[in-house]
Design a protein around this ligand. Structure first.
Ligand SMILES: [Zn+2]
Length: 1019
């Protein structure tokens, strides 16, 4: 071949034309950008040494209205496909795969289907099922009915009801003021483009969606010509092309490109102001106690009855000030602006001491920061900041004050300049994050996929924002030259930018009832137009849908889902490098792992000596240590020093049951406050120095600062209540079963929230008392006798760290630790926790061990089987809940069921009670058993980055899960049989027979139930 022909003849491989190839050194990856010749499909293929392989396909799916069509379609394509004609291939995959990520996500303008696995065969299986699902789904009217919405009619005489998985899911989302604030803030800035609509679905609009629209949208937009495919990792790059071509080549290029372009919002001529409402609980707390079912004769712990006045106090308003920023994708200097805005965001609100965050929190106008900061997932960037926890009565004027404060603070910064240490702290934090590339439990490749889409989706270069060394070096050089980079950005994009919207979200006690009335009226209007024959038809359709949902898949169809064999699984647990050393007599665990020069350090302080009354204060102490300053260093300086020299320092509580076989009962617990930090190897001395300084020379005297930490903690916990209602209910339930669980509830559960609310009151009346409590609490923890140290780093860095760790441990006093007596709270048997939510969270369970049942490690297999089988069908598919879980802890013996965003109460409890008979009477199909085993092994082997490995090793030391114990568990899982399922079924029967029940949910639903609940108002 002559030189000329190689230049002019395009080379295609498996139908793909290579458009560009680039080495990205900072990601240790080679990127290739392809086009599929026949269809125009795009592919970004990253070759890297990452064993956690990622595949994803995304479609550009701007919504045309707020019926939630993109979201409903995202659910629906996973309900069976041409090659895999079963009800839910997705669930079958969850059952029998070693995936490290398997999900589907709807964004405001795109829908993504990513999978990941470290096992090559498993990876290919996942890719095949996902490609078939998105391109060849079996969409029927019943799919839309089940996943979207339908009129549910028991019989021709019964009233109409609306049901559907997404319909119910979005009711949950619309019950959360924080979700609403984020949604309304986005809509406010982009009212004229697709971001002014809700791609997830407004529950009031979802029933407008028709089957014809649903099918048409899939046909037009789920086409290779509208697809963005992605691979990354260490798999064979050529095979990627072949896998995709097999699907893409079945399509022809569309006559015209798919109409999915996303418009640019015309800039505002003047700032706007919008007021929205959320549904607050209408009943007041006195009523609640009157109408609740009879309480136990003996007054319970007292926490069931919140103080009067709580109702007024919790009906809070929130607001955001939002700025529309330019489009980065494809713009000249885009990557530099993107990085600079990221650093500016950090400098403004990244730390408690950052000037904009501090000005807002210190203003006393609200309790905690609101707004998502810099939004980079849309075509245009946006910035959102504000306050939540504002008294509702004065919120109108407070929100104006918040906007003025934001603008005034920004003006001062633009004129007077940012403090050099705030810039230094922000630069170091952003650079540390880029180099550490710590994506937590997310596969690293998935983060790259989303980063690429943030430009690719808008017809710009997918590699635009992936390399960071160039932009970083240029930004550093500009700062070194003395350029006022950030001040100029503030002026250009915030102060001189009329594209701004103030969004105020107010509580409306009547809104929940009005929404329900509107839904009922809508149904009544529909009903009025229906003839008896129509009703009979709807009843028949409802029965057909249920029959379809209940009919098992044909075994030959299930067998088509590709899966691993037991023989593909490693028999041995993966070991984490683990060396037991000592520092000044304290145990020191060291894990030599490739961390790119980062050192991770954990200091585990013993909580055993802390009296019960002070336990709930522990999370506050954890924050106060790092967020209040020391006797030597004021708070703002400490905060900057942490950010300038480390990758972060924070505290976290760790309380767990310990291994039962050690002969300890439910009153044995590992109880720790962990100080955790990370730094580059060069900065380890700064990290240990900071840990010693905050522990030995703390200064809790700034009552204003402490009060803000407490209010923020309170606001954050209240915010989590509805999105994590299942955790609230399950944590409360488990408090009855053991010391560790009672401590967790006291610190993080409903009791913990009640404590923090009271603490906020005490800060008003007696701040000195709170300060003394913090000092007393810290005194119980400061002893090297109870200390455990944990380091994760590269081998030579561990050796170099030993003298520093020795010094750190030796600096703590050698004080005796006298364990405090621990109690378990006496709580009502059946509790209802009232939330202003349209959905419920039902938790039930007990301690199997206390009931004489020991289902063993193989219980994990049965639980897996239930979650993807019986519970999925009964509680999600038939009941309409978003999900249900079943968890057995071999450490504690606790066996707990919980439902999530559930329209039901008693029906779900009945479903839980059906588990025992279901399992004991089961003839389990060997293929199903094998799938569940593989899924359970997948949980045992979940993928971890080095820092997570080091932390997991520490946790196992604290709970006594040594290698032999873990290996025995693995063997029990691998060898699980029908007998193990029956044993688990007996354990379920034993705990559910007369076990406690906790349901978090809407007051009306809880009051109407005949479950004998003792009600208390949470929010
Ligand atoms: Zn969903």
């Amino acid at each position: 071949m002559t030189k000329t022909t190689t230049l002019t003849t395009a080379q295609t491989t498996h139908g793909f034309l290579l458009e560009r190839e680039e080495r990205i050194a900072e990601l240790s990856a080679t990127a290739r950008i392809y086009r599929h010749e026949k269809t125009g499909a795009r592919l970004l293929s990253l070759e890297s040494p990452d064993e956690n392989k990622v595949f994803g396909v995304a479609f550009r799916t701007p919504p045309m209205d707020s019926t939630g069509l993109p979201h409903i379609l995202e659910h629906s394509v996973l309900c069976g496909s041409r090659k895999f004609p079963v009800k839910e291939p997705f669930v079958e995959l969850i059952k029998g795969s070693l995936n490290t990520f398997l999900n589907a996500l709807t964004f405001p303008d795109k829908t993504c289907y990513p999978v990941a696995s470290a096992n090559l065969q498993d990876f290919y299986n996942l890719v095949d099922v996902y490609l078939d699902a998105v391109f060849f789904p079996r969409l029927t009217e019943n799919t839309l009915k089940q996943e979207g919405w339908h009129y549910d009619v028991e019989d021709a005489a019964a009233p109409l009801a609306l049901k559907g998985v997404v319909f119910n899911e979005m009711k949950g989302v619309y019950s959360s003021p924080d979700s609403l604030l984020a949604e309304y803030s986005q809509r406010a800035l982009f009212p004229d483009v697709c971001y002014g609509l809700d791609s997830g679905g407004d529950p009031e609009r979802i029933p407008d969606l028709t089957f014809a629209q649903f099918m048409d949208y899939h046909r037009r937009l789920y086409h290779p010509a509208n697809a963005y495919a992605f691979f990354s990792g260490d798999d064979d790059p050529e095979k990627r092309l072949a896998l995709l071509d097999e699907y893409f080549s079945q399509f022809d290029a569309p006559a015209a490109p798919p109409d999915s372009a996303i418009g640019l919002q015309p800039p505002f001529a003047a700032p706007r102001r919008l007021v929205h409402y959320y549904a607050a609980d209408s009943a007041d707390s006195d009523d609640a106690l009157e109408t609740g079912e009879a309480r136990d004769d003996a007054p319970a712990s007292g926490e069931a009855a919140p103080e009067t006045g709580e109702a007024r106090e919790t009906a809070r308003a929130m607001c955001t000030v939002n700025f529309g920023l330019p489009q980065i994708a494809g713009a000249a200097g885009g990557p530099d602006l993107d990085l600079a805005l990221g650093v500016l965001e950090h400098a403004l609100i990244g730390l408690p001491s950052s000037p904009l965050r501090k000005a807002l929190v210190d203003s006393g106008l609200g309790e905690d920061l609101a707004g998502g900061g810099l939004e980079t997932d849309l075509k245009q960037l946006a910035f959102s900041v504000g306050l939540k926890g504002m008294p509702a009565a004065t919120a109108e004027s407070s929100s104006d004050a918040v906007e003025q404060l934001v603008l005034c603070t920004l003006r001062q910064l633009a004129e007077g300049g940012l403090h050099p240490d705030d810039i230094g702290a922000a630069m170091n934090s952003v650079e540390f994050d880029l180099r550490e590339n710590n994506t937590g439990s997310y596969p690293r490749g998935l983060a790259l996929f989303f980063e690429a889409l943030s430009t690719w989706l808008y017809d710009a270069d997918p590699l635009e924002l992936l390399p960071f060394e160039g932009p970083l070096a240029r930004l550093k050089a500009r700062l070194a030259r003395g350029e006022r980079v950030f001040e100029d950005l503030i002026r250009a994009h915030f102060l001189d930018n009329p594209h701004r919207a103030l969004v105020l979200l107010l509580p409306d006690p009547g809104l929940g009832a009005r929404r329900e009335a509107a839904e009922e009226a809508r149904l009544a209007a529909v009903r009025a137009k229906l003839s008896d024959a129509d009703m009979r038809r709807l009843a028949e359709e409802t029965r057909t849908l249920r029959a379809l949902q209940e009919a098992p898949d044909a075994p030959e169809d299930l067998a088509k889902i590709p899966r691993l064999k037991l023989s593909d699984l490693p028999r041995e647990n993966a070991r984490i490098p683990h060396e037991k050393l000592a520092a000044a007599g304290a145990p020191l665990f060291a894990h030599a792992l490739p961390t790119s020069g980062v050192v991770y350090l954990d200091l585990a302080l013993d909580l055993s000596a802390v009296p019960d009354a002070l336990i709930p204060l522990t999370p506050i102490l954890g924050r106060a240590l790092f967020e209040m300053g020391t006797k030597k260093t004021p708070f703002v300086d400490l905060s900057r020093r942490i950010a300038m020299t480390t990758g972060g320092l924070w505290a976290q509580t760790f309380v767990s049951s310990v291994r039962g076989e050690r002969g300890q009962g439910p009153d044995a617990a590992a109880q720790r406050l962990l100080l955790r930090g990370k730094a580059t190897r060069e900065n380890l001395a700064a990290l240990t120095g900071l840990m010693a300084e905050v522990l030995l020379e703390p200064d809790f005297s700034d009552a204003g600062r402490l009060g803000k930490i407490i209010l923020e903690t309170k606001a954050r916990r209240e915010q989590r209540l509805i999105p994590a209602g299942h955790t609230l209910a399950a944590t409360r339930l488990k408090a009855r079963f053991g010391v560790a669980q009672a401590m967790n509830e006291a610190m993080q559960g409903l009791s913990g929230l009640t404590f923090v609310r009271e603490l906020a009151g005490r800060m008003e009346s007696n701040p000195q008392g709170v300060r003394r409590d913090l000092e007393t609490l810290l005194g119980f923890l400061l002893s090297r006798r109870g200390l455990v140290l944990n380091i994760t780093a590269e081998g030579p860095d561990i050796q170099a760290a030993l003298p520093l760790l020795e010094g750190l441990a030796a600096s703590l006093p050698d004080a005796a630790i006298i364990p405090a007596r621990r109690g378990i709270p006496d709580l009502p048997e059946r509790e209802g926790l009232c939330l202003p939510a349209q959905v419920n969270y039902v938790a039930a369970g007990g301690n199997a061990r206390l009931r004489g049942q020991e289902p063993g490690a193989a219980a994990a297999v049965a639980a897996k089987f239930l979650r993807a089988g019986y519970l999925w069908e009964r509680v999600r598919v038939q009941g309409g809940a978003y999900g249900a879980s079943c968890a057995y802890s071999r450490l504690s013996g606790n066996l707990v069921f919980a439902s999530y965003r559930d329209p039901n109460l008693g029906r779900t409890l009945e479903a839980f009670k059906g588990v025992g008979p279901h399992l004991t009477g089961l003839t389990i199909d060997p293929a199903e058993l094998e799938k569940s085993i593989i899924g359970a092994v997948g949980d045992l082997d979940h993928y971890m980055l080095p820092d997570a490995k080091g932390f997991t090793a520490l946790a196992r030391e604290l709970t006594g899960e040594d290698e032999a114990y873990r290996q025995a568990a693995r063997e029990a899982v691998l060898g699980a049989t029908a007998a193990d399922f029956a044993a688990f079924g007996r354990a379920v029967d034993a705990v559910l027979e007369d076990g406690p029940v906790v349901i978090a949910g809407g007051r009306e639903a809880l009051e109407k139930s005949d479950l004998g609940l003792t009600l208390s108002k949470v929010l």
